[in-house]
Write a protein of this length. Structure first.
Lengths: 260, 322
C-alpha cells in the first residue's frame, strides 16, 4: 500500500525546472532511498513534501490526503517529520528540550495551561518528558539528556536530529543525508539504527550520497538526474541500470568498472 | 513531602502566600527606607516588569525589538486616560493599559513578524516613532505639553507584587509547551516549523505578552510620576530596557532581575561623580560586556544546574537497570 504519492510533481524556479514530472510511490513500511548527482533536485523533493516549496504542477498526498497547500507546521502533525542536510538543532537548548520540542505537534497545552499549570498540563508535560527520554534511549543518547545540543559530537548531533523527528511518532521519516560527515563505524551504527526505526513501523525515505549505506539498507532506490526520475527499483536493478551509470559516470569506458 | 508539593492546590496556596509575603515585606520596606531610596526601588520594579516583557520578545523568542517604549507609552497614556478621564479604579486602569498595549503588540505583530533580525528592529523602531509622534499630536493626551493630573496611586507593595507575579508567570511560561516553542523559534525557525511549530503564532504571542508587560510597566510609571509626556518614551527608553535585558543575559530571568537592579541603581549610585556620572555609567556597561559577553547571567542555567545535581544521577541509574 502506498503511503506517500507524488503525482506528476513539477517545480520551476524561473527558467529552471528543478523537479520535472516526478511520479513516485512510497510504500508503507519500506526503506526507500533517493539518489542522484549533486543538484539533481533531491533536497527539493524533500522541501516539496514538507511544503516548504509548493509544486508548480502535480499533487502530493499522504495516505490519500493531499499535502499541497498545507502550511509547513501542519505537515509534522499529519505524520511527516524530517532531518536536515546541514544539522539544524536548537543548539543552545538541552538535548532533552530539543526532543521535547520535537513532540510539540502532539501536545495541546496553550497559554492558559502554561499560566494555570493545572494537573492536566502537568500530566501532558510528564508524558512528553517520558516520550522524549524513550526516544533518546532508542538512539543511545539518554545519558546526554542535560547536555547542551551544541556540545554533542557530530554523530551524536545527527542522532539527536533523528530523535527529535521520531518523538512525535511520524508515519514517514525523511532523512536528508543522515550519514554526511560520519566516519565508517558511525555509518554502520546508523544503518542499524535506521533498520530499527523501520522495524517500529515507520516508513523511511532517505536522500544519501554514501552508496555503501544506500545499497546496504534500502529496499528500493529511486534515481533523480536533472530533476527527472531516471530509474527506480531494487538496489541490484538500479546498480546495473545504464541510465544510472551514465548519470553518475558519463557514458563509455567506466561502465565495466562500476559493474564489478 | 514531594507529593504534597506537586499538589495543585498546595502550589496555588504557596503562590498566593508568596505574593502576600511580597506585599507585606515591601510594605515594611516602604515604611523604613527614605523616600529617595524608595523612588529608586520603585523604578527598579517598574523597569523589571517592562524588561521581563522585552526578555520574552528578544531573549526567549529572539525577535529584536527596539520599540518597547512605544508599548510602555501606550500603557501609560491609556491607563492615565482611564483613571483621569473615566474615573476608573487604579488597578483596572493598569490592566487596561496592559491590555491595550498588548492589542497593539498583536497589530504590529502581523505585518512586521515576516521580518527577522535587523529588519524587524528597524520596523519596530519606526513603529515606536509613529506612536510617539501620534501622542504628541493627540488632543486627549494633551500633546507635547504632557498629561497632567494623574493621581500618584502606585504604591511600593503594588509594584513589587506585580513584579513578583510577572516573574512567576514568565518562569511558568518558559517551562511550558509555548515557552519551548518560543525558544525553538529563537534557535532555528526552519527546524521549528519542521517539527510543527506555527512560528507566526508564537511570535505574536510573545509580542502580545511582552507588550502587556510593557503596558503594565508604563501604567505604573504614569501613576508614579503623575505627569507623562511623549518625550519620556523616546528611543532612549527602548534602549534602556534593551540594555537591561542584554546586560542581564538574553533569555535569562534571573539575569533580567539583576540587570534591572544594576542598571536602574547605577546612575543613582554614581551621582556623587556629578559630571562624570554618565561617562562612568557607559564605561560600566562596556566593562561588563567585555567580561561577560553573554550578559551577567548569560550561559548560566540555574534550573538546569540544580536539576543536573539532583536528577541526573537518578536517570543514569534507571538507564543501567534496563
Amino acid at each position: 500500500m502506498s503511503l506517500l504519492t507524488l503525482d506528476n510533481v513539477t517545480i520551476r524556479f524561473g527558467g529552471l525546472t528543478a523537479v520535472d514530472t516526478v511520479n513516485l510511490e512510497i510504500n508503507q513500511g519500506e526503506i526507500l532511498a533517493l539518489i542522484g548527482p549533486n543538484g539533481a533536485g533531491k533536497s527539493t523533493v524533500f522541501n516539496l513534501i514538507t511544503s516548504i516549496y509548493q509544486p508548480t504542477e502535480g499533487t502530493i498526498s499522504l495516505a490519500g490526503k493531499p499535502l499541497v497547500g498545507i502550511p509547513t507546521h501542519k505537515i509534522a502533525e499529519m505524520g511527516i517529520t524530517r532531518t536536515f542536510q546541514t544539522i539544524r538543532l536548537f543548539s543552545e537548548l538541552s538535548v532533552l528540550d530539543n526532543v521535547k520540542i520535537g513532540a510539540h505537534c502532539r501536545g495541546k497545552a496553550g497559554l492558559f495551561q502554561a499560566f494555570t499549570r493545572l494537573p492536566g498540563m502537568k500530566r501532558e508535560e510528564a508524558e512528553i518528558e517520558e516520550k522524549a527520554i524513550k526516544a533518546l534511549e532508542f538512539l543511545d543518547l539518554a545519558t546526554k539528556c542535560e547536555e547542551m545540543a551544541k556540545n554533542l559530537s557530530y554523530g551524536e548531533q545527527r542522532r539527536l536530529e533523528i530523535a527529535r523527528a521520531l518523538v512525535s511518532k511520524p508515519k514517514l521519516l525523511l532523512l536528508d543525508e543522515p550519514a554526511a560527515g560520519m566516519n565508517p563505524q558511525e555509518k554502520v551504527v546508523l544503518m542499524e539504527m535506521i533498520r530499527r526505526i523501520r522495524d517500529t513501523g515507520i516508513t523511511i525515505f532517505l536522500v544519501e550520497h554514501d552508496m555503501k549505506l544506500v545499497m546496504g539498507i534500502s529496499e528500493r532506490i529511486a534515481v533523480l538526474d536533472y530533476g527527472k526520475l531516471i530509474a527506480e527499483g531494487t538496489p541490484l536493478e538500479v546498480r546495473s541500470n545504464n541510465a544510472v551509470i551514465e548519470a553518475y559516470l558519463g557514458s563509455g569506458k567506466f561502465k565495466s568498472r562500476i559493474r564489478r | 513531602m514531594k507529593k504534597l508539593l506537586n499538589n495543585w492546590i498546595v502550589q496555588v496556596l504557596l503562590f498566593l502566600s508568596l505574593l502576600g509575603l511580597t506585599a507585606y515585606g515591601s510594605q515594611m520596606i516602604n515604611d523604613i527606607i527614605p523616600p529617595y531610596l524608595l523612588m529608586i526601588a520603585f523604578f527598579i520594579g517598574i523597569n523589571l516588569i517592562m524588561a521581563l516583557g522585552l526578555n520574552l520578545i528578544t531573549g526567549v523568542t529572539g525577535q529584536l525589538s527596539l520599540g518597547h517604549a512605544a508599548f510602555m507609552s501606550i500603557g501609560a497614556y491609556s491607563s492615565a486616560i482611564a483613571t483621569v478621564n473615566f474615573d476608573l479604579p487604579f488597578l483596572l486602569g493598569v490592566l487596561i493599559g496592559g491590555l491595550i498595549a498588548s492589542v497593539f503588540g498583536v497589530i504590529i505583530g502581523f505585518p512586521t513578524l515576516r521580518l527577522t533580525g535587523d529588519y524587524l528592529a528597524i520596523s519596530t523602531l519606526g513603529f515606536a516613532e509613529i506612536v510617539r509622534v501620534q501622542f504628541t499630536n493627540m488632543k486627549i493626551t494633551n500633546g507635547a505639553i504632557g498629561f497632567l493630573g494623574i493621581e500618584g496611586s502606585t504604591t511600593f507593595p503594588i509594584v513589587m507584587t506585580i513584579a513578583v507575579l510577572m516573574i512567576c508567570l514568565m518562569v511558568w511560561l518558559e517551562n511550558s509547551r509555548n515557552g519551548r516553542a518560543m525558544l525553538a523559534i529563537r534557535e532555528d525557525e526552519v527546524a521549528s516549523s519542521a517539527v510543527g511549530i506555527n512560528t507566526t503564532l508564537y511570535k505574536i504571542q510573545a509580542f502580545a505578552i511582552g507588550a502587556f508587560c510593557a503596558g503594565v510597566g508604563g501604567a505604573l510609571f504614569a501613576h508614579t510620576t503623575t505627569f507623562i509626556q511623549p518625550t519620556d518614551f523616546g528611543f532612549q527608553k527602548s534602549v534602556d530596557i534593551l540594555s537591561i535585558v542584554v546586560l542581564g543575559g538574553l533569555g535569562s530571568i534571573p539575569g533580567t532581575i539583576i540587570g534591572a537592579i544594576v542598571l536602574t541603581a547605577a546612575p543613582e549610585i554614581l551621582r556623587p561623580l556629578s559630571n562624570y556620572r554618565m561617562i562612568v555609567y557607559g564605561l560600566l556597561l562596556v566593562v561588563i560586556m567585555i567580561f561577560r559577553p553573554y550578559g551577567l547571567m548569560g550561559g548560566v542555567n540555574l534550573r538546569q544546574a540544580v536539576r543536573r545535581a539532583m536528577m541526573f544521577p537518578k536517570k543514569k541509574q534507571a538507564g543501567r537497570e534496563e
